[in-house]
Design a protein around this ligand. Sequence first.
Ligand code: SF4
Ligand code: SF4
Length: 447
Amino acid sequence: MDLIRCIHAAGIVGCGGAGFPTDQKLCGKFRYLIANGAECEPLLRTDRYLMREKAPEIVRIMAALAEFLQVECCVIALKDHYHAELAALRKAVAESGADVKIFELQNFYPAGDEQMIVREVTGEIVPPTKIPAAVGAVVDNISTIYAIGEAMEGKTFTHKYLTVTGEVAHPVVLRVPIGTSLQACIDLAGGATCRNPYIMTGGPLMGKHVAPEAMDTAVVTKTTSGILVLPEGCANESRDRVSVEAMMHRAKAACIQCTSCTQMCPRHMLGHPIEPHRIMRKMALGGDITEMLSDPIVQSAQMCCECGVCEVFACPMGLQPRRINGLLKKELGKARIRCQIPEQEYTANPEREARKVPSRRIAARDGVAKYYDYEITDLISAEQDTVRIPLQMHIGAPCVPCVAAGDHVTAGQLIAAPAEGALGANIHASIDGVVKSVDSTIVISKN
Ligand code: SF4
Ligand code: SF4
């Protein structure tokens, strides 16, 4: 089977992002293949674990993928302070003789943003709102590369590596079946060490809050890169508590138009014409949001990657340009409006190097510095008796189930697939067992 069909059959999606199907992403002609080992969310350690412990496999997979895609340049990019990981990868490259380059990134946030990593590795700037393929690059994170390697061996995407950290007894990297409950993962990390924890999936800067009432059904999906347990009243919770109305009111009352959000914006520094302070000014003027959507300044919110530098690091008034941009992006999407991007060559701001935000400093501003310096050396691999597997873990439409309640399934068996012609990724049973129910999730239990 050709590699793209193999990846499609395995149901692989980007492991840390929005869940774009990997087989679709790899269809095309590329000059650069980049493995993203930046793991730029400050507290996550999953990709670092894989680069350290599975370096020969990762180098082998990258070499095979590079040969299949016929790229000119195959690169693994990781931070310059990941000493053990750099040593392991360099040793693996030397021993295998593979034509895989190791690229050292500075420790800034968001070094792992695809647009940033392409600029760092190739020197090219991906035009605003475009993907790296626009400059002949394809970027996959390390967990995704590792999953591709398993697909090459005929395995389907049934298990997930993820970090559990923050206010837990033992921060840990886990390997668990997709559909494992978040609470089970937290228990594997020794449990929460604070009362009323604020729980997020992903990292502290771009992760998503999981409400306490959702914890009963919240599970590890194909895109869950980590679970973060933070204390009650943490900075993320304080920002979340501000209602949309209050956020708009604050923008009107307190934005001093200092332009700090624009000057520190990583996308603006790449030369993209996004200026969050101007978006804030428009919002401060008030009015009906749907009427504002025709304004090109409001439309420029689509160039925002929602990294959070503006609100966590730059704004001296505690305002939330990122959240406002996220809101505008949703409204623009609903109205099917795309911002007009001038066809031109984009050049980075000459001050970009000086304005890169050190990861440690943004972690401190976000109130998570105490979890920043820790090493995770061990992996806990834990099977489960029950899993709840969502039918939507990818961009596109939910998958269509091909099993029913009462069916016996085995781990790796196809249980749902995208509808004919729809964007999506196959879903497989992650444990042996009996299908208990099928609705928006498929519940499988061993007994
Ligand atoms: S979240 Fe803020 S800093 Fe990040 S890209 Fe968007 S506007 Fe720029
Ligand atoms: S940094 Fe804050 S106060 Fe300054 S322009 Fe941006 S939103 Fe307004």
